[in-house]
Design a protein around this ligand. Structure first.
Ligand SMILES: *Cc1c(COP(=O)(O)O)cnc(C)c1O
Length: 400
């Protein structure tokens, strides 16, 4: 009998997503099993001593390792082209564990300004308490990154493409900067996933995921992961194992199942999003569409070179500011009005009063989070149905 991934070195991403990381048990199960157990037992006191002491590989306790979680970790590591993956209880605990592993008091982070809101709170409010400071720069401006890096900079952190404006940064250029300054480069790859972008191949040291989004893809579980080289991941593993933000076996099993269809789903998400973006772009009620798949987008060429698709999160600004935006959102009957993304179900939200509501008016203006901006995370319903649901409000807005 062979393990499902014995041929792993020869496989393409689509195959790895389906077969990597599954070690069959003696039951010879075809699909990946779940091991919902907190602990493990041994044949003898001597075996227990060897396993606890680390002289012999094997499971001890599910806060440290669990076979179901391990399958998900091995599969995601293979997809991202990383040596090792550590799974966590959420995307936020993946970022926290990375920071605790890499940074000490007095260190500095340089990060893109357009980060996920909780990431900004984590950096400023919580890491700030321990003397770790963060400087924010415009995502796509490499010169601004270079200028912000100082002798205490230990971590460069970016989300690309950004949410909701779909800005893109040149990952290779950032990796070059990181290397020159002796800092780590971590990319939050939540919006594209390894199916569309592989930051490690472009020189990033670490990839961070909220598995809650596209890795699951169906909005059913919260989890996260960090991928990178063995030595640095050993530090991240130390944090997770000691501090406890470990992934549950059940959620790991859901994410492993999600990875099997990841590539198919991501390409279908992109296709729906591009068609919708083109339609929105010519709609009379829409002032501007933010989507790197459109030729007019300032980083279209870079996105095309760096990514295998443009992702499925797009922003558009409608006429008449907040009143117009709310009118379009409230006229939908199918789209889910919620801040979540990375789901087969299309979601719609008003960033200025929800996901970006904590920003001051000046910060919103600097980040182009205008009152008329609407964000759609395009799902996998029929493109025609998504478009019709948006047309109701947009047509009324254009007519009014
Ligand atoms: C959702 C999200 C996170 C946080 O992940 P959780 O699983 O909600 O903790 C981090 N980064 C990005 C880009 C996200 O969209």
């Amino acid at each position: 009998m062979h393990d499902d991934d014995s041929q792993q070195d020869e496989w393409s991403l689509e195959t790895l997503a389906i077969r990597a990381g599954h070690h069959r048990t003696f039951e010879q199960e075809h699909a990946e099993p779940i091991f919902p157990t907190s602990s493990f037992v041994y044949e003898s006191a001597a075996e227990a001593a060897r396993k606890f002491g680390g002289q012999e590989p094997g499971n001890v306790y599910s806060r440290f390792t669990n076979p179901t979680v391990h399958t998900f970790e091995r599969r995601l590591a293979a997809l991202e082209g990383g040596e090792r993956c550590v799974a966590t209880s959420s995307g936020m605990s993946a970022i926290l564990s990375t920071a605790l592993a890499l940074l000490s008091s007095g260190d500095e982070i340089v990060a893109s300004r357009s980060l996920f809101g909780s990431t900004v709170s984590l950096f400023d409010k919580y890491l700030g308490k321990f003397g770790i400071t963060t400087r924010y720069v415009e995502l796509s401006n490499i010169a601004a990154w270079e200028e912000a890096i100082g002798p205490s900079t230990k971590l460069l952190f970016a989300e690309t493409p950004s949410n909701p404006l779909s800005e893109v940064v040149d990952i290779s250029a950032l990796a070059e900067l990181a290397k020159r300054s002796g800092a780590w480069l971590a990319i939050d790859n939540c919006f594209l996933t390894p199916a569309l972008q592989q930051p490690i191949a472009l020189g990033a040291d670490l990839v961070i995921h909220s598995a809650t989004k596209y890795l699951d893809g169906q909005g059913r579980a919260v989890g996260g992961a960090v991928v990178g080289k063995h030595d640095v991941l050993e530090e991240v593993f130390g944090v997770v194992r000691t501090c406890g933000p470990c992934l549950s076996p059940f959620n790991a099993w859901i994410f492993t199942k999600g990875l099997e269809t990841l590539s198919l789903r991501m390409h279908a998400h992109c296709e729906n999003a591009l068609t919708l973006a083109r339609w929105l772009d010519q709609h009379p009620a829409v002032n501007k569409v933010y989507y790197s798949g459109l030729e007019a987008h300032p980083q279209h060429a870079l996105a095309k070179r760096q990514q295998k698709g443009f992702g499925a999160v797009l922003g558009f600004e409608v006429k008449r500011g907040q009143a117009g935006a709310w009118q379009v959102i409230d006229a939908t009957r199918m789209l889910s009005i919620t801040g979540n993304l990375g789901d087969v179900k299309t979601t719609i939200t008003h960033p200025a009063t929800t996901t970006h509501g904590r920003l001051s008016e000046a910060q919103k203006e600097a980040a182009s989070i205008t009152p008329g901006l609407v964000r759609v995370a395009v799902g996998l319903e029929s493109q025609g149905d998504i478009q019709r649901d948006l047309a109701r409000g947009l047509d009324a807005l254009a007519a009014g």
